[in-house]
Design a protein around this ligand. Structure first.
Ligand code: MG
Length: 389
């Protein structure tokens, strides 16, 4: 019997790459649920190709059109955020690939965790915003989380068969993005189009901008804390522009393990879906002779201030990572729509962290309130910055 899979966020970058992986193993995987938000053209094509049991469109405005598009297929069509959560929880899928980008992925992922599903987690914001709660929910429901993020997949693989107590620290690698070599002055003038040209990885707009600003690594540091039960002091970041080494684990005896591969998200997606097995694949292979210059350098916290801000939020804990994430989502959106400059993104994050109310152990409702409040503070600051331009 093939493993049934629910794919949350199937029209995004991870979603489409996951369907590419799934299509290679028709005997192993069966798509049970597809979900999207606005791209109904692509969702229609995917649904007609993979014939899931149900499709959910979270934006209700598209419901009638999608229903029309899928008439005669026998696929159940649902619409709305609550319906999405219900569909995930009641789906026959044993594995849920959580690939919705940003804060909006939180509720559906929690619904899957509470239903005891195995989670292939691509939505890092879930753990950033609510890591402590997610850890508790996972323990209660017996759900397991397999990371899809390439760095965390690397750490997860390096930890396989190891006693967690023997870990000294981990090092997450960062490509440094397209602006690694630019001066602070040059960074002020980069355009959204420049930020979207990532040298190594094929990712969506949000993650690509985060990658250029180092916020992606900041979010990944917080994600790693919760996935692997580490203290902030045990998490290091090194810039490795070739993205061949996907991360390191340093053990107490001085040994270091790394996981390597060419940068292709389909590899960690396949690993998360096939875990604990490994399937034969024809994905491109790493040839060492083609990569004879692997380099490493310390991140520059002066030009890329998001990384130290993320560490600060992590160390302070409580709702601070949630505020960091909300402010960053607002900042990235303002940058992508040309409202602010690249170097103003960390200003917005810092201002929002400083001006939001701190809560030391927030529940889910309280996190949602923090998220809303942080977005208002960030938006007011964005408006103020725009006046200054
Ligand atoms: Mg990553």
């Amino acid at each position: 019997m093939p493993q049934k899979i629910a794919l949350l966020g199937s029209t995004g970058s991870i979603g489409t790459q996951a369907l590419d992986v799934i299509s290679r193993y028709p005997d192993e995987f069966k798509v049970d649920l597809l979900t999207g938000c606005n791209n109904i053209e692509l969702l229609t094509i995917q649904a007609r190709k993979f014939l899931p049991d149900s499709v959910v469109i979270c934006n209700k405005d598209h419901y009638r059109q999608l229903q029309e598009n899928l008439r005669g297929t026998g696929i159940k069509v649902l619409a709305g955020e609550k319906e999405l959560e219900q569909a995930v929880a009641s789906s026959d899928a044993g594995v849920v690939l959580a690939a919705i980008v940003g804060y909006s992925g939180l509720r559906p992922t929690i619904a899957a965790i509470n239903a005891g599903k195995k989670i292939a987690l691509a939505n890092k914001e879930t753990l950033v915003v609510a890591g402590e709660l997610i850890t508790a929910f996972t323990a209660i429901s017996g759900s397991t989380i397999i990371p899809v993020d390439s760095e965390h997949s690397a750490i997860f693989q390096c930890l396989s068969g190891e006693d967690r107590k023997s870990v000294e620290k981990i090092t997450l690698t960062a490509s440094g993005g397209p602006f690694l070599k630019l001066s602070a002055e040059e960074l002020k003038h980069v355009k959204p189009g420049d930020a979207l040209k990532h040298p190594n990885w094929n990712m969506g707009d949000k993650v690509t901008v985060d990658s250029a600003s180092m916020m992606n690594k900041g979010l990944e540091v917080i994600e790693a804390k919760w996935l692997f039960g580490l203290d902030p002091e045990q998490i290091k970041v090194i810039v490795h522009p070739q993205s061949i080494i996907h991360s390191f684990v340093h053990f107490k005896d001085g040994s270091v393990k790394a996981q390597l591969g060419i940068p292709d998200m389909r590899v960690p997606i396949l690993y998360a879906l096939s875990h604990p097995s490994r399937f034969v694949s024809d994905l491109p292979r790493l040839e060492f002779k083609d990569h004879d210059n692997l380099t490493f350098e310390e991140p520059d916290d002066n030009r890329f201030r998001n990384l130290p801000l993320a560490f600060m939020a992590l160390k302070k804990g409580g709702n601070m990572p949630c505020i960091l994430n909300a402010a960053n989502e607002m900042a990235v959106n303002a940058f992508l729509t040309g409202k602010i400059g690249f170097m103003q993104m960390p200003d917005i994050v810092e201002h929002t962290l400083e001006n939001s109310r701190f809560k030391s152990s927030p529940d889910l409702e309280s996190l949602e309130e923090s998220d809303r409040e942080a977005r208002i503070i960030a938006q007011n600051y964005i408006d103020k910055l725009q006046h200054l331009i």
